[in-house]
Design a protein around this ligand. Structure first.
Ligand code: NAD
Ligand code: UFG
Length: 331
């Protein structure tokens, strides 16, 4: 297939790009490099011996986007591009709504006017919001008590995609609701490398492991969980990437959502101990107050993807930690 990958130089997009190329697909990447580096293309080439065509274009630029579609006839778009920092979205809501929602509408306009009718969208478990349940299943309603603009953009985009599918039955749309992606390609060439102080657990742990930050703050140890720290569903990014290959095979008319998670909850403290075990070194950490907005427990029911897409996560958090250590040692 000829596939346009938006946000393809980013963390998840670059891993999916590798899997797509390895499966024989021809891909082009569009990214404005607002949160990724051009050198990622070299790494993709190193791993796959193929350099994807790259367009440095902002999806807010409809003319430039149309130009990409004018020149190539795509079978499918996989749409990763977007801003994703929860706290930043609370400070800059307009930027988030514009960058995530407006740019998706632009993309869909370009697709529609060029008769491209297949799209896979990077959604998030955050669309479930706070429903007082631990394990999320696709039959649950979405958009319940969403606490930040980032999460709302994912919810709004899903609603737009549903309406588009109703208006035009030729559209085949899959929304993949990711849980917590961690790890990187086993080569250690690709990975997540945020600037500044990371918000997410694994990037923060990485900076503590390299000595760039002194210690990990564990946000809350008084939750109603076995060790008092929050439970999440950490999925190896390579498993997540393979979920996209399965989704390609599962495309069908209409809008369909799938959870991509392992179904296995891990606590923050368990993650810290696993990191210490795999690395063989202590990871300095201390308990800190709860982080506002955190849910105590959030993990996937992954059965729908298992049954309909014939996909399930194979890798463990230990695999992810091992690959993370390779990535750190390559930096
Ligand atoms: P990332 O920031 O590494 O990648 C996103 C890419 O999109 C970046 O390369 C960035 O430069 C690009 N981009 C952003 N806005 C753009 C625009 N207007 N035009 C062109 N390019 C633009 O993030 P990621 O972790 O790879 O996430 C990919 C997608 O998955 C995002 O939509 C994110 O919301 C979603 N997601 C991520 C997680 C996670 O924990 N990483 C969880 C759930 C969902
Ligand atoms: N945590 C710490 N210390 C840190 C960072 C995180 O204790 O320095 C804890 C958090 O309190 C939470 C867990 O580690 O209990 C995971 O936190 P992350 O920030 O890594 O991930 P979240 O589950 O909060 O959020 C992620 C994505 C969001 C997405 C959400 C739901 O970052 O984009 O999953 O899918 F919306």
């Amino acid at each position: 297939m000829k596939i346009l990958v938006t946000g393809g130089t980013g963390y998840i997009g670059s891993h999916v790009a590798v899997e797509l190329i390895n499966q024989g697909h021809t891909i082009e990447i569009v990214d404005n490099l607002s949160n990724s580096q051009i050198e990622v293309l070299d790494k993709i080439e190193q791993i796959t011996s193929t350099r994807p065509v790259f367009h440095e274009v902002d999806l807010l630029d409809q003319l430039a986007l149309d130009h990409i579609f004018d020149n190539t006839s795509f079978d499918l778009v996989i749409h990763f591009a977007g801003l994703k920092a929860v706290a930043e979205s609370i400070e800059q809501p307009l930027r988030y709504y514009d960058n995530n929602v407006t740019s998706t509408i632009n993309l869909l306009e370009s697709m529609q006017s060029h008769s491209v009718k297949n799209i896979i969208f990077s959604s998030s478990a955050t669309v479930y919001g706070d429903q007082g349940v631990d394990q999320c299943v696709e039959t649950m309603p979405t958009g319940i008590k969403l606490t930040n603009p980032y999460g709302k953009t994912k919810y709004m985009i899903e609603e737009i995609l549903k309406d588009l599918a109703i208006s035009n039955p030729e559209f085949s749309i899959i929304s993949l609701r990711y849980f917590n992606p961690i790890g990187n390609h086993t080569s250690g060439l690709l990975g997540e490398n945020p600037n500044g102080i990371p918000n997410n657990l694994m990037p923060y742990i990485m900076k503590v492991a390299t000595g760039e930050l002194p210690e990990l703050n564990i946000f809350g140890n008084d939750y109603d969980t076995e060790d008092g720290t929050c439970l999440r569903d950490y999925i190896h990014v390579v498993d997540l990437a393979k979920g996209h290959l399965a989704a390609i095979d599962g495309l069908k008319p209409g809008f369909t959502a799938y959870n991509l998670g392992t179904g296995r909850p891990t606590s923050v403290l368990e993650m810290v101990h696993a990191f210490e075990k795999v690395s063989g070194k202590p990871l300095p950490h201390k308990f800190a107050p709860r982080r506002p907005g955190d849910l105590p427990k959030l993990y996937a029911n992954p059965k729908k993807a298992e049954q309909e897409l014939k996909w399930h996560a194979n890798l463990t958090i230990e695999d992810a930690i091992k690959d993370t250590l390779t990535f750190i040692s390559n930096k």
